[in-house]
Design a protein around this ligand. Sequence first.
Ligand code: GLN
Length: 391
Amino acid sequence: MPQISNRVQTFTDSVIRRMTRISNQYGAINLSQGFPDFDPPKELTEALVRVAANGPHQYSITFGAANLREALARKQGRAIGRPVDPDTEIVVTCGSTEAMMCAMMTVCNPGDKVMVFSPFYENYGADAILSGAEPIYIPLVPPEYDFDIRLVEDGFRQGAKAIIVCNPSNPSGKVFTYEELEVIGRLAVRYDAYVVTDEVYEHLVYAPYKHTYMSALPGMFDHTITCNSLSKTFSITGWRLGYIIGPAEFIEAAKKVHDFLTVGAAAPLQEAATAGLQLGGEYYEGLNKLYQGKRDYLLAGLDQIGLKHNVPQGTYFVMIDIQEFLDMDRFAGWTDLQFCEWLAREIGVAAVPGSSFFREPVNRYIRLHFARSEAVLDAAIDRLAKLKDLA
Ligand code: GLN
């Protein structure tokens, strides 16, 4: 076979998406790849029906349909207390997956350093490789997922061009505080670097924690590249609608990258999603309450069966500590990936091995998500209860 690129030899397929396939293979309850098992708001599905009849069915403008960009600009403008220009400061992408890839390709020359907190959403590793960036990993240390700001400063001193901040953070559920973001932001300004944020879980932050928008901090709009998506906010992960918001000069360049990567996100779906952005504040409050209820429900179930877990401040993920099982003779020498395959096959619950998120050799966590109905979470807890019989 003719040779393929070296680049593709340096990363594996996504373990998150692989776990969904393994889950399907064994008919497990899939708490691995995070996506809801409930429908989007009817405003969106009804709009989709209207769009099917009336269009648009052809390309939208490459950087996003005007009415979607206007609606996104209004929403973000309200959130950060600064008007966002829909023509020059936004590009609509195919999910935040493309947003992050496009942001990285716009920021980085091959060999440029970029800081990534670890554990991290696995796409960032591949994004770095594909854009030629060299990651510098900054540990978020469990169980609190704290970090040492001196390491961030060191990274900037080594010339890092950007730092990726997933806030709220997948998989740890950490919500960065105002103070943490302020220090990171101040360093980015001092070293003339970008903060690239992934804020797809912006509405899934549980009291008393609060979401702080990096781009809202004083002086930070011009240093912040915000990647976001409608997937989680409107339960439309399959629609693949994301966006980047940033300073005009940056967005002008990002539009070119986006255009040649994908031309544009699906025009009918952009049109239908605009209906979601007309929903008022009570929609976002309801979404937050819904997920807070699911989080509390799953955590109570885990406590009942005695599984150790963190308490996520945001996102819809929880990390389970499986060290007590790995210490058993029957699992001696197992990796968390082997444990997750066994869990899907024998217990009937699919999870993501924590090692796919950590740069460090951490092998004691698995990630579950709770974007599921209470009945499904109940069934998962019933199955997971069998783990305790192993003791
Ligand atoms: N962000 C979700 C997760 O981490 C889904 C990721 C994906 O597969 N695009 O599970």
